[in-house]
Design a protein around this ligand. Structure first.
Ligand SMILES: C[S@@+](CC[C@H](N)C(=O)[O-])C[C@H]1O[C@@H](n2cnc3c(N)ncnc32)[C@H](O)[C@@H]1O
Length: 210
């Protein structure tokens, strides 16, 4: 489990280089900028303040500002190597004044109440075991009327994973705490979210993985 910033990082420099080779500079998850565009499709981010939870190497945080016109984006992650990579990316793109990257241990988000218009996350929430605490924190930092938009690896059912899924998780060597879409929706509703919609990206990812 990812415990603190001082324990051995799961996403160390080798993992970052490997994933960037697959998905593009600053991207640690499938689909690159095109998939990010799909996640925020229909939302107007222009002039908004955004929190990107589990920002990794920062490519997405930068994209939300450079491509979608966010006024400011804060990338948050629990690990140091990814945040250092993200800061270098911001400097290379000359976006230091419109993005900030924050690293802090897992737990309550290190932001004040109602400080963001939009909370975004891509393929990071599966690492957080306590879904109720997670969404109560996301709801807390969102302004009233704010939006949460995310992509996330989920599992078809809660409870014991299948032997195949266990083998997959072991092969990945990462601390996954996957939950079903229903479990996520329940945590979101408990936190106070309304108008929850879910899009199944399995058919797309199956092809990518092949
Ligand atoms: C697969 S990477 C995705 C990074 C980035 N969102 C992307 O799509 O390129 C997952 C990220 O989640 C981060 N992470 C793990 N546990 C977390 C937590 N409790 N809170 C925030 N981020 C976390 C990891 O350090 C890692 O950078």
């Amino acid at each position: 489990m990812i415990e603190t910033a001082d324990t051995e990082p799961e996403y160390d420099d080798t993992a970052i280089r490997f994933l960037e080779a697959l998905w593009g500079e600053g991207y640690l998850s499938p689909g690159g900028p095109d998939e990010v565009d799909r996640v925020v499709e229909g939302l107007s981010l222009k002039g908004k303040t955004i929190l990107d939870i589990g920002c990794g190497a920062g490519g997405i945080t930068l994209h939300l500002v450079a491509r979608h016109g966010a006024a400011h984006a804060t990338g948050f992650d629990v690990e140091k190597p990814v945040i250092e990579t993200a800061r270098r990316g911001a400097a290379r793109q000359g976006l230091e004044r419109r993005v900030s990257f924050v690293q802090a241990p897992p737990g309550p988000l290190p932001f004040t109440d109602a400080s963001f218009d939009v909370v975004f996350s891509k393929d990071a929430l599966l690492h957080v075991p306590d879904k109720d605490a997670l969404f109560s924190e996301i709801f807390r930092v969102l302004r009233p009327g704010g939006v949460f938009a995310a992509s996330n690896w989920m599992i078809g059912h809660d409870g014991e994973p299948s032997p195949q899924m266990k083998a997959y998780v072991a092969a990945e060597g990462l601390s996954f705490a996957m939950a079903s879409p229903a479990r996520y929706a329940e945590a979101m509703r408990r936190a106070g979210f309304t108008d929850i919609t879910v899009r199944d990206r399995n058919p797309w990812y199956r092809e990518v993985a092949r």
